[in-house]
Write a protein that binds this ligand. Sequence first.
Ligand SMILES: [Zn+2]
Length: 165
Amino acid sequence: MKKRQDYISWDEYFMGVALLSAKRSKDPSTQVGACIVNEKNKIVGAGYNGLPIGCDDDEFPWQKEGEFLDTKYPYICHAELNAILNNIGMDLKGCKIYTALFPCNECAKAIIQSGITEVIYLSDKYAGNDIFRASKLMLDRARVKYREVKVSISSLILSFNEVDV
Ligand SMILES: [Zn+2]
């Protein structure tokens, strides 16, 4: 018997973990997940966009428009920053970060400072926006590589039905 051929690649696996993490987000409009992997292909952190610990999901605003303090923007911690801060307690030097969306300038700073050396993203749909241009300027200068994820599947279904296992 030969080994199974349709197993997922490392890129698909780690981006899959990032996408699964995003499912934990309470944000009604944007759900982003991130996954940090070390040089031995071991997952050392994961995160999604959400409020800081202790800040109640039901008390803080989720809207995108209105007075600054009445929007989600001053409060939300992005997926990449959460993944960095929630890592299993190791030096992230030389690690890679998988993220559904290209990191913003604030997350780029955290990525650089943490020692992560590669960003793998699924979407770069806001590339023309100044926030992402600033992000790339910093990543380039800091020699943090970035590339689009390589996938050969467009979706993956997970079943929690025990008869499928
Ligand atoms: Zn960010």
